[in-house]
Design a protein around this ligand. Structure first.
Ligand code: SAH
Length: 348
């Protein structure tokens, strides 16, 4: 972590910093509260700090995210934000409103190097990791902009969170510990394409969050066609890591399965998938693939999705067809960011 990155610091690290600045330890708690509970984005707002301390802190830039675009769905109130980072890169985050509360989907990287064939975020490759502070600020800015409390967080936007492991853990700590938003780990989901050693490492952290695994195929051959990471780890290795995660944390795994017409949505695919995961304590989310214009994949017909669900249920598996949110805005992962970058590119 960058030694100046004050908003990614844990309370213990802030205490150390205060010591270095010749300040009392209780100042750490105040500063931490301003950042992570009151969600301010300038030192001027930290009214209970002496001016001399605020001046010292100005050497530690806050760099709040700047909302440069927002799209609001007329169908369900989903809001998609495009944020500019201090280095000019842009990322996107989504606010979804459910009956049980507000959920924010955040990005974990600028771009992604996993290369999944159906995913818009993969197209430009990876630019850089997001810091913990930048992950948190997506939630903070949305909460401030809407004035509504965020109760659930999903790390399912652009990027592979387990490819940015250290910053992800720091993000989880600050998000869920007391003194910040204090969101329950049970209300947090992290989605991965299946980096097996990192899943095992994460299991050892004994967090109470949900792990979502992007499976998308019933066998390695088909998975390799859709996801390059499948050349590195087999489904068998992934499922063993998932079972280990459940054993260590007691948390049921969610399998994500995007249905692509004629590729992974047949009844035989459903049967093969069911056979492999039926002994695992899990939940399956079916998502008709969001077409990305650079890719030729088509989404499965509603009837195929329904039949796929029924087949899995025959094996006793819990299945949900994910309700599509914001279908009328640049819905699929990375599409708003991409269209924005194309626009600014053509304006140059
Ligand atoms: N890298 C992580 C998290 C980001 S992607 C992961 O792979 O899980 C979040 C989810 O959206 C993943 O399940 C991903 O496979 C899926 N996804 C990406 N592009 C999609 C598309 N065009 N249609 C449907 N799902 C998509």
């Amino acid at each position: 972590m960058d030694r100046k990155d004050i908003r990614s610091m844990t309370i213990e690290e802030l205490k150390v910093l205060m010591g270095e600045l010749g300040e009392k330890p209780f100042r750490a708690k105040q500063v931490y509260g301003w950042f992570h509970e009151k969600l301010v984005s300038s030192y001027d707002e930290m009214t209970n700090l002496p001016k001399s301390l605020r001046e010292k802190l100005s050497a530690y830039p806050i760099n709040p995210l700047k909302a440069v675009d927002v799209q609001v769905s007329r169908l369900d109130g989903t809001r998609k934000y495009l944020f500019r980072l201090s280095d000019g890169n842009v990322i996107e985050s989504v606010l979804m409103r459910y009956k049980h509360g507000n959920s924010v989907c955040i990005s974990s990287q600028v771009g992604c190097r996993m290369g999944c064939r159906f995913c818009a975020s993969a197209i430009g490759g990876l630019t850089r990791n997001l810091t913990a502070g930048e992950m948190l600020d997506q939630i903070y800015r949305i909460q401030v902009l809407t004035g509504e409390r965020v109760s659930n967080v999903v790390v399912m936007g652009t990027g592979e969170p387990l490819d940015n492991y250290e910053n992800l853990l720091r993000f989880i700590r600050i998000l869920t510990e007391e003194g910040g938003l204090h969101i329950s780990q049970r209300n947090l989901t992290v989605s991965t394409c299946g980096i097996v050693p990192k899943i095992r490492e994460l299991a050892g952290e004994k967090l109470q969050m949900t792990l979502a695994l992007s499976l998308h195929a019933p066998n390695d051959e088909k998975r390799r066609e859709l996801m390059p990471i499948a050349r590195k780890y087999t489904i068998e290795e992934i499922l063993a890591a998932c079972e280990y995660y459940f054993k260590e944390t007691g948390r049921r795994i969610t399998f994500e399965y995007s249905l692509v017409a004629g590729v992974n949505d047949s009844q035989a695919d459903a049967a093969q998938l069911a056979d492999r995961i039926k002994s695992i304590n899990c939940h399956v989310n079916l998502i008709p693939v969001n077409p990305v214009k650079e890719r030729s994949f088509r989404r499965s017909a509603r009837e195929a999705v329904e039949k796929f669900k029924i087949k899995l249920e025959k094996y006793g598996i819990n299945v949900t067809i994910r309700r599509e949110m914001g279908g009328d805005i640049d819905g699929a992962c990375g599409q708003l960011r991409k269209s924005y970058m194309e626009k600014t590119e053509s304006e140059k």
